[in-house]
Design a binder for this molecule. Sequence first.
Ligand code: 13P
Ligand code: SF4
Length: 371
Amino acid sequence: MVSAVATRVETDPLPFDDFRNLSNDELERRILAVKARLGDSLLILGHHYQQDEVIQFADLRGDSYKLSQLAAQSETCRSIVFCGVHFMAETADILSRPEVDVYLPDMAAGCSMADMADLDAVEAAWSDLGELIDTSDLMPVTYINSTADLKSFCGRHGGVVCTSSNARAVLDWSFAQRKRVLFFPDQHLGRNTARAMGIPLSKMHVWDPRLPLGGNTPEAIQDSTVLLWKGHCSVHQMFKPAHVAQFRERFPGIKVLVHPECMMSVVEAADLVGSTEFILKTIADAPAGSTWAVGTELHLVHRLAKEHPDKSIHFLSPMVCMCATMYRIDLPHLAWTLENLARGTPVNRIKVPDDTAHWGRVALQRMLEIH
Ligand code: 13P
Ligand code: SF4
């Protein structure tokens, strides 16, 4: 007689509920045990926005650009567990060796900015633009914070990926080949970069995918140099120029350092702008006793303040600007993913379909070759 009670067989993954209520000490012990057991066959990559209790287990950490390079250069691992968000794990899957499998500890760790542009909307925009301008003169550039199929779209159309650390070089490369750029999904990174290149605002137009012609007149499109997709980071949009002014008033001589996903008025009011890796290096190299206000995700700024007690480091906004999706990666999810991997019942594999991966790789390799 078959028992009515479901029993767990060895090939079933361990359920997440088994990990949810374990103490941090127990979770840390089990994570270390899997790391020791899997050795070099496991590579844990971590983005700088990860919470401290997770990032301590990353073998390597970086900004999006550095993490892409690390995935492309990995030589010994068979598995990458990515402590970051979905588009980063997709990128690692596209760029790593074919025998490497990539895992994301929580599938709900997405990026709200990446969700602001989808393939159907970008293809519709491309086709509408083709009615007005010659698209062979239009370079599609996607910020790495985008789905794999948008990277693939760029690959198929001669386009390229950029990150916050190489956007200027990528736009220089783009304009060496084509007259105009369609930049998605982050309007702010696109605008800040084009502004720094001296492109006037009158030549930049926002493309709102919900409106006919993106909300533009045909003349504006024909006159444009950069078309900026109407997307943004919900975390970085919370920093305002008034916050910069308040800090300057309170701490004369303070340096303001922000991420280029902040709006243009904040970037223009700041002293320095750059990727998370740039922010990290700038603070590390700053003289003892210097005072900083930093406009990027909260966990990174708190970590910087803790790691540099000889400097005075402030978070630029009075609000809590944290990336809730990055924060989804916690010790229970990491331990659950690692233990299932070690026992041969892997969970949460990120696998980009072959054709999408092929063209996505073309666009990512173009980026990696630009200096
Ligand atoms: P970085 O590439 O600068 O780390 O930025 C990634 C990101 O998502 C910032 O919001
Ligand atoms: Fe996306 Fe913003 Fe989070 Fe970066 S901080 S992962 S852009 S939502």
